[in-house]
Design a protein around this ligand. Sequence first.
Ligand code: MG
Length: 391
Amino acid sequence: MRITAIYDSVESIASPIQNAYIDFSKMTCSVVAIVTDVIQDGLPIVGYGFNSNGRYAASGLLKERFIPRLMAADPDSLLDGSGLLDPHRAWQVMMTNEKPGGHGERSVAVGVLDMALWDALAKIEEKPLYQLLAARAGRLPDERVWVYAAGGYYYPGKDYSALQDEFRSYLDLGYIVCKMKIGGADLAEDCKRIEAALAVVGEGNLCVDANGRFDLDTTLAYAEAMRQYDLFWYEEAGDPLDYGIQTALAEAYDRPIATGENLFSHQDARNLLRYGGMRADRDYLQFDCALSYGLVEYYRTLAVLHEEGWSARRVVPHGGHQMSLHIAAGLGLGGNESYPGVFQPFGGFSDELQIAESQVNLPSSAGLGLEKKANYHAMLQHAFGKQIRVR
Ligand code: MG
């Protein structure tokens, strides 16, 4: 088998929401389609991938380096011993002539293609990806995955009652734990917002996320003020690469903290665990494969966790996308973020899935099941309808 074509497109994921650091008014997303010569029901199998929200489309990197390398490779060099597409070998081909370190956003470009390769492989194997991953890992897959509703963004004119209405809508959808942004207002105002949210979701069910906005003093001032609330976690207080702030926070705040969505390699993950003060008995790690070189690299990250004495159950990936959902169920992670109604059509799960008591079931279709989400299917049609027939 071989790859016959790779198409990429830049799609909008823009919205009026803001966190403490950025607004999403110009946010874009790379989408790719990897076409294979494997024919099923009269059509070639196509794998689809996209990058997670929060990083812009990586189209230059895709077009100039990573897609040409895959297309120029000897087709046999991309296959495993049984003649199947091998994302691990494809990863080596993509990363040829790339120096180590300084990961930048090439990790986004590689992650987009990696997702499409796994989608194609699972379709060829005629299995949902999570089942394929579990079988390869020699374990039974989880049939349900814990999810929490991420929202609580700042946007113009949003008052406490709008925040409460938003969270009520998440509870109505079947979520228990919800997440809101902090750091886009001052501490006193954020405490009022937190109290308004807690009045709806209940103590113990609220995460807060500062998106790396705070310096050391602000990190600790929020920790001190939020000690009165029973928060589920306090996320990304300081700069993602400032392990000193993270360590100081862990020393000052005994409730759970979470970070990792802006660390894009297993080496960065290892530094966080070695030098960031994170506690394996209560804290959460949020590495997002779609931003960090894909699942091939995620296996290395999970190996680092194991070496450093962490359970994969402490990992709850950022991004709210279906790739992380399959990884969570297939490899036994602790859960997955979810963005009900936000970052469409990339956020959220197949239309067939149901959320109950903050748990989601898994898709039954082969691959990732992206095409089973109506608005995602429409986006694929818009992006690639001229080149391929989207099933
Ligand atoms: Mg976050």
